[in-house]
Design a protein around this ligand. Sequence first.
Ligand code: SF4
Ligand code: SF4
Length: 141
Amino acid sequence: MFVPAATWEQRVTYVIAQPCIDVKDRACVAECPVDCIYEGGRTLYINPVECVDCRACEPVCPVEAIFHEDDLPQGWARYKDVNAEYFESVSPSGGHGRPLVGDGDHPYVAELPPQGSRKKDIAVFAIGKEEAEEADLWFPL
Ligand code: SF4
Ligand code: SF4
């Protein structure tokens, strides 16, 4: 059954943004009670249809990649759609019922240059969400 884009908009809750790309340590996966975090080639994605908005994943991410959609830094606002569109491409209803381990990425993610080494250096300092408005300085596109 086709689900209109507006329905997706309403369902997005927590979002994985740019810091996960090329890090992917999967700490969030172990915390999710409904197994709605799926692995792509370079990052993980939260299925907005399956997410129950519990926030269990957010504090365990070592690179502060997980945000509620209302708290996404402006520079990473695109990731709200990136997470949703990743699943739309698999199934118009959004519920694909199977993990996508290593099964490619959203085109927006796939086209980014390598991200890993610089972020791991920065993660040592454990930047907080209060610094997220400066995210573009830490992780420029
Ligand atoms: S908010 Fe809860 S349900 Fe949603 S992805 Fe995180 S752990 Fe899973
Ligand atoms: S905990 Fe953070 S860096 Fe690790 S896989 Fe989840 S979103 Fe990516």
